[in-house]
Design a protein around this ligand. Sequence first.
Ligand SMILES: CCCCCC/C=C\CC(=O)SCCNC(=O)CCNC(=O)[C@H](O)C(C)(C)COP(=O)(O)OP(=O)(O)OC[C@H]1O[C@@H](n2cnc3c(N)ncnc32)[C@H](O)[C@@H]1OP(=O)(O)O
Length: 273
Amino acid sequence: RNLFYLSSVRTTTFILKMSNSSPSTGVAVMHMQSPPVNSLSLDFLTELCIGVEKLEMDKGCRGLIITSVLSPKVFSAGLDILEMYGKSPERCGEFWKAVQEMWLKLYGSNMTTIAAINGSSPAGGCLMSLTCDYRIMADNPRYSIGLNETQLGIVAPFWFKDTMVNTVGHRNTELALQLGLLYKPAEALKIGLVDQLVPEDQVLAVATQTMTKWLTIPEHARQITKSMMRKPTLDKLRSNREADIQNFVSFITKDSIQKSLRMYMEMLKQKKA
Ligand SMILES: CCCCCC/C=C\CC(=O)SCCNC(=O)CCNC(=O)[C@H](O)C(C)(C)COP(=O)(O)OP(=O)(O)OC[C@H]1O[C@@H](n2cnc3c(N)ncnc32)[C@H](O)[C@@H]1OP(=O)(O)O
């Protein structure tokens, strides 16, 4: 099963093609396609990290757009709850390492990255879009975005929080994280959680136009500036990875947390019924 595919902007797509930036544009598009909701499983994260690493090594690739083919519904439902429920501590540790890896690779990417958010993007899905340099969201009030971890009875780790603070500031993050707020597109724009709203059918086209503008900036200067802005946040996790994994494993395997996750999954199913 292919969890996502990468394509050039101008040519049509190929499944998991790795030398995937168009020579004419230098831009790759990652289309996430892991039905039903693009939840971030261990397999998905592993595949994503390999794909990004290959793009990073491709000197012809200067930009990456991340979007979903599950539109018009979901960009990403965040971490796969089933990876955190009823799993052994070893497996939980492996999963968390992959989540860290995804964040380190995307937040630390040398490429210009744009999230073309064409559906809801809660929790880990919001984190993934926060790693990007620019966020364009479909202006559809059915969609929402935010770090809603507290609603599941879990706590967003410090590097989720730091990424949010770097984007929307301390006060907005305090409110967002404590209350587990999911923002409608207009509210997300207001606090700076997304940079631009566009009609649903134009998300990818506007992302592509925006990328063209970003790529006119001298590459070396932009990369050094990005690194200067993000390095302290990245270094904080890099120097605490193992402790962060241990913290996650001991937290997520607690009976009370497992119970909260079970109740949340039941609530999702009931909502559907
Ligand atoms: C120190 C401890 C640190 C812990 C830090 C953890 C950090 C991050 C946590 C996360 O990312 S947890 C995930 C949080 N995600 C959510 O809360 C989103 C939940 N999902 C939804 O709100 C909705 O599904 C949606 C994304 C808005 C889409 O709605 P839609 O109506 O289109 O689809 P549904 O019918 O609700 O769902 C379809 C199907 O998918 C299952 N599902 C949904 N989300 C997840 C998920 N995140 N993981 C696994 N499975 C998910 C849902 O249960 C349905 O399953 P079935 O009933 O079809 O079996």
